[in-house]
Design a binder for this molecule. Sequence first.
Ligand code: COA
Ligand code: ZN
Length: 315
Amino acid sequence: MESIWITDVSPRDGLQNQPKHLSTHEKLALIRLLVAAGLERIEVTSFVSPSAVPQMADAADLLSLVISEFPKLQSTVLVPNLKGLERARLAGASEISVVLAATDTMNRKNINQSLADATRNCQDTVRAAKAMGMRTRTYLAVAFDCPFEGVTPVPTLLALAQQMQAVQVDEIVIADTIGSATPGRVRDCLSVLGWAIPMNQLAMHFHDTRGLAVANTWAALEAGIRRFDASAGGLGGCPFAPGAAGNLATEDLVLMAQGSGFQTNIDLGRLLDVIEFAQHKMDRPLGGRSYSWLALQKQKGDLDPRGLSQGQSDA
Ligand code: COA
Ligand code: ZN
């Protein structure tokens, strides 16, 4: 059976924009539940300015605690610049992501730099991280549309991806920051990027603003992508991109992928525990498109942890 690789970004993308701030120990409890559900890759936090994103002020403490409790977990963290990289290194990071938005305005809003400066900054940060022996990812943010500049042309995206490839970034994450992609646009975008970048070096990061994240994921799967970001319960959104809603929900991704013959090793029943915990802490309902159905199956004792319906299991 073919596998897909999921990075659960709920402790970072999920929590960075919430009015309710979790304590370091509450974040650790969330990560414990994600690990218990079978997640092997988690974006733990971001080493950004605490005045820009106060929710992530405890990045160093949280990452150290996560590494010592889960040494085998592939923890990844977001860093906006060399200062963030140095903070991440001191806390023990072995993998980082930088964020390069595809438009000038979005870079200015997000990291206070022009597109040209942001590109150099991301290249320098990736080079330095690689010299430290870290694995590196680049988010290409607002990859489909920018809330300030409109449609992102595919050739613009391709040029930025190639600039990051030039510094040997290990993974390029195509991020639909405001959730405006459609399956047709995903197919068209990947048919161009796929000429220049190996599919196993690309990942997709969808938001579910318009309810199309699962359909977009399917289009990416058909194009050959096997790496996806998602967040439990669809928790998430970017504080600097108006209109950005929650991420593709991990439970929707797992249900769709496992029911379509891909392996994820994630236990859906246990994933519901993560969502229940997050709902309790956020004091509001969460959950992707499939959450109510999954919760009902669990209540009835009918939930196959792999999300397979009767007649679909391998037995
Ligand atoms: N972590 C902590 N502090 C940082 C930092 C980092 N990675 N980078 C810079 N700083 C500090 C500087 O040391 C400086 O502190 P001082 O005033 O005490 O001297 C202050 O922040 C301003 O530094 P400057 O380089 O002028 O940064 P800026 O004000 O232009 O802000 C960023 C740039 C990148 C630090 C800030 O915009 C940021 O953190 N953005 C994060 C965006 C984000 O998380 N978006 C969501 C994810 S996509
Ligand atoms: Zn995001």
